[in-house]
Design a protein around this ligand. Structure first.
Ligand code: ZN
Length: 183
């Protein structure tokens, strides 16, 4: 089976998160952005050289990295604050579309997902098939780690966050109704 791709996907910015930004890396992948996560304990010099070699923006909270000469064109120092602050900073820099390619990548290893086979779909527990968004046709699988992705409660929570970052959700009060209309 072929990976789910679109021409515009190739134009998207690519990212390399330092090891402290694991949660951000998962959300960037959930939004479909090609995102690597640094290995635990990897030296700054290695992270930076890999980011430059792969033409990725290195995202970090580490001020020491930006003092390196080679870092100037490749490193984005994220502001203080939580995940929302980091997403807001990236949105203002890149005008990111958080929804256009959402849920096309494995959250764990960044590979593009493919359609799940009938056998793989059958592995989804029956008690997980009752959510509003669930459909067997939308089930995807990672061709590398074999993790199966479907539209359950975890998907819905991440999607709510992506909707909020896209500016489609204001308060938590109207999140569910907006998503139901969007689907
Ligand atoms: Zn995977």
């Amino acid at each position: 089976m072929q990976p789910i791709t679109a021409p515009a996907l190739q134009q998207q910015p690519r990212f390399f998160c330092d090891e402290m930004l694991g949660r951000l890396s998962r959300y960037l992948r959930a939004a479909g952005f090609d995102t690597r996560l640094a290995s635990n304990g990897a030296p700054d010099s290695i992270i930076l050289s890999e980011a430059i070699h792969e033409k990725r923006w290195l995202l970090t909270r580490d001020r020491l990295i930006i003092e390196r000469k080679a870092a100037q064109d490749y490193v984005i120092l994220l502001p203080d604050g939580d995940l929302d602050n980091h997403a807001k900073a990236l949105s203002s820099l890149f005008e990111l579309d958080w929804l256009r390619h959402s849920f096309t990548r494995c959250l764990v290893d960044n590979n593009l997902l493919v359609e799940a086979s009938l056998e793989q779909r059958e592995r989804i527990p029956h008690h997980s098939r009752h959510s509003h968004e669930f459909s067997l046709e939308s089930v995807r699988v990672c061709p590398v780690c074999s993790r199966i992705y479907w539209r359950g409660s975890h998907y819905r929570r991440m999607q709510e966050t992506l909707f909020r970052w896209q500016g489609l959700l204001g308060s938590t009060d109207n999140q569910i109704s907006v998503i139901e209309r969007a689907c």
